[in-house]
Design a protein around this ligand. Sequence first.
Ligand SMILES: Nc1ncnc2c1ncn2[C@@H]1O[C@H](COP(=O)(O)OP(=O)(O)O)[C@@H](O)[C@H]1O
Ligand SMILES: [Mg+2]
Length: 257
Amino acid sequence: MLEVRHLDKYYNPGTISELCLFSDFNLIVEDGEFLCVVGSNGSGKTSLLNLIGGNLSLDGGGIFFHGEDITKQKDFLRHRRIGRVYQNPGAGTCPGMSILENMSLADNKGKHYGLGRGINKQRIPYYKELLSGLNLGLQDKLDGKVSSLSGGQRQVLALLMATMNPIEFLILDEHTAALDPKTAELVMELTQKIVNEKQVTTIMVTHNLRYAVDYGSRLIMMHQGNIILDKGKKEKAGLKVEDILGTFNEISIECGN
Ligand SMILES: Nc1ncnc2c1ncn2[C@@H]1O[C@H](COP(=O)(O)OP(=O)(O)O)[C@@H](O)[C@H]1O
Ligand SMILES: [Mg+2]
């Protein structure tokens, strides 16, 4: 279980541009939940992921993993427990390196012999097996540079790398936003497949209401640092985009989008 308890977060405190983004914000994500987060621009979605991921410090409250207060846990320890995929396909992979080198890097993440290009040849069949599961033919391109892959292929590879080691939480921040609709759908299908297979607790921010409705097990909508809508498993099962579109348009207009 992941808990955000009584979170406060300010940007630029004490200045003319002070912004109180979160004030006593609370969120509980149960084990195995696949939470989809939508919301207006600037509602705090990315900030929330950064606060959970340890890339941003809190001004009040705490973050708890399975009841353990990890608010002050060292970044590298927290990063081991979290897999993350970003919006930019270049962020989750090393473009100048081959698929094999990238997979080895991910495989070695957090192990004492550290990051290195050191490739364990015995692991190659395992990498190939993982890649075959994607049905993109990447298992036959192990020596190809990641820079030669399409944005969608890179995002899928980033997803695979993020979930290769046992992780407790998977964080996805608009990881399909830079892709064309067809590729984005494919990446979403693979995301759901990987989440199901790994049974990993997932938080996915998406700009796409349909993805938030069609995928995952729970949906929340955020606006100005608050959760204004929360649809759990049962409610979400019958949910349609039309059911949440009105609220989404209202908050978007309020933000001038
Ligand atoms: N580093 C920062 N410094 C100052 N303000 C920031 C910073 N990052 C985000 N903000 C502000 O916080 C609000 C929430 O931003 P963000 O979390 O990126 O929202 P979202 O991902 O929902 O669009 C916005 O008003 C944004 O301008
Ligand atoms: Mg964002």
